[in-house]
Design a binder for this molecule. Structure first.
Ligand SMILES: [Zn+2]
Length: 70
């Protein structure tokens, strides 16, 4: 029973970390940013592309932002 609770807690922590480390791409400039970057907040809603990992963004052909260096 305890193991089940620990597993559930680990899953919760993992999903929170995944959100913090998420990236946003700009389908207009083909650059991607950390979600904390001030450029990220300026991306128009229709140009926003969400990536869960950095690798995912690179694989999609996006280049890292020079400001936040994701
Ligand atoms: Zn940036």
């Amino acid at each position: 029973m305890l193991a089940k609770k620990v597993l559930l807690l680990a899953l919760m922590i993992f999903s929170i970390c995944a959100q913090i480390l998420a990236y946003t791409g700009n389908s207009n400039t083909y650059k991607f940013h950390r979600e904390s970057c001030h450029h990220e907040s300026r991306i128009a809603n229709h140009h926003r592309v969400h990536f869960d990992t950095r690798q995912e963004a690179v694989n999609a052909g996006y280049v890292p932002c020079n400001v936040c260096r994701p």
